[in-house]
Design a protein around this ligand. Structure first.
Ligand code: NAD
Length: 354
């Protein structure tokens, strides 16, 4: 079968890490007799430079005509002083909205081999960490009405409607069913009306999922619990703003932001797959970026958009073997003298797929 993939390499380390992930896809294609065809399109800073907009219409059209999107990262200091709607981040928010990708799945898994890279004490980690943040992606304060009166006043409106909460809660409940059957709903219902509605809807829906254990935490407590007792979590269900912050916190528990993939899904099997980290301009073009988050994103693409579970597991095992054999990029190395580069890490993972 031929799968059409729109590729947005983006800015900073984006082109380096996406190239390694595409080599993995090509290898999987050969090994399992699938064909992956790519159409490269622009978004983010490079699109501002070349097309004068962070999200050209052609990019949206090509993505919509594809089976999945592979994205590197967008942004960098070069574009930091542009007005909000002209910045690379507007491209990122815009593409999620244009493609109707309302559910962001961010697994945070601590590989046993990287236990030493986690800032948590060994007794807190116990036998390992494996949690999934399900973050709403197209609502909340990020998309509410924005106002600005020069340097004197600004406001961003936080809002959610019942259908928006119901569809993301469903994703969390269904995901938990395939995992350890526990959902922790994270909000700020002690202060925010939006959160009170969110929690009421989740409580209503929980009645249809009696097999799922529920917990409800305020976001400030959840942030603390992630570092003192992360093993209590299986699936964290939360809104756009809280999810943005908590998923980065969860990622650091696993050692490096360079390790973690994400999937953004809508109502169909179509999805966009990207590492959770940014464009890391500080290390761009030096061949030292960690490509694993992007390669693991490809594994999520194989699983969620193409239903190719065996192939997804093959990729994940190849990554795990690279770590078990002691290969490290600089961000996860305890001794940076022996670390390998982005291309070399890609080669090691490809070798493990053979
Ligand atoms: P960042 O994630 O790019 O970098 C944070 C730190 O982690 C840096 O020290 C970086 O070198 C390191 N890092 C990140 N990815 C790595 C990898 N694969 N391998 C090794 N080290 C890695 O976050 P930032 O510095 O806050 O943002 C940089 C730019 O990226 C900004 O313009 C920001 O807006 C943008 N950004 C984009 C996305 C996205 O496209 N999804 C997400 C977050 C930030």
């Amino acid at each position: 079968m031929n799968y059409k993939i729109a590729v947005i390499k983006g800015d900073g380390i984006g082109p380096e890490i996406v190239s390694e992930a595409m080599k993995v896809l090509d290898f999987i294609g050969e090994k399992y007799n699938h064909s992956f065809s790519y159409t490269e399109v622009l978004a983010g800073g490079i699109a501002i430079d070349e097309c004068n907009t962070p999200l050209p219409q052609k990019t949206i059209d090509v993505c919509k005509a594809s089976d999945a999107v592979l994205l590197g990262a967008m942004g960098g200091p070069k574009w930091d002083n542009l007005p909000g709607d002209k910045r690379p981040e507007a491209g990122l928010l815009g593409i999620r909205k244009a493609l109707g990708l309302f559910a962001n799945l961010r697994p945070a898994i601590l590989f046993e081999e990287l236990r030493a890279a986690s800032p948590l004490k060994s007794e807190i980690i116990g036998e390992g960490l494996d949690l999934l943040v399900v973050r709403e992606l197209t609502g909340d304060v990020y998309f509410g009405e924005k106002k600005r009166d020069g340097d004197e006043y600004a406001s961003d409106l936080m809002n959610y409607s019942r259908p928006e909460v119901e569809r993301i809660a469903k994703v969390a409940f269904e995901s938990a069913r395939k995992r350890d059957k526990k959902v922790t709903c994270v909000d700020k219902a002690n202060v925010l009306e939006t959160s009170r509605l969110w929690r009421k809807i989740v409580m209503d829906m929980a009645k249809q999922y009696e097999d799922i254990e529920m917990d409800y935490l305020y976001v400030d407590n959840a942030a603390m619990q992630l570092v003192v007792n992360p093993k209590q979590f299986d699936v964290i269900l939360t809104g756009n703003l809280f999810g943005d912050i908590l998923s980065d916190e969860a990622s650091m528990l696993t050692g490096s932001i360079g390790m973690l993939p994400s999937a953004s899904l809508g109502d169909s099997s179509f999805g966009m797959y990207e590492p959770i980290h940014g464009s890391a301009p500080d290390i761009a073009n030096q061949d030292i970026a960690n490509p694993i988050a992007t390669i693991m994103s490809v594994a999520m693409m194989l699983r969620y958009s193409f239903g190719l579970e065996k192939e997804a597991l093959d990729v994940e095992k190849a990554v795990q073997k690279a770590l078990a054999d002691g290969y490290r990029t600089a961000d996860i190395a305890t001794d940076t003298k022996t670390s390998i580069g982005c291309v070399e890490m890609g080669k090691v993972i490809l070798e493990n797929l053979k």
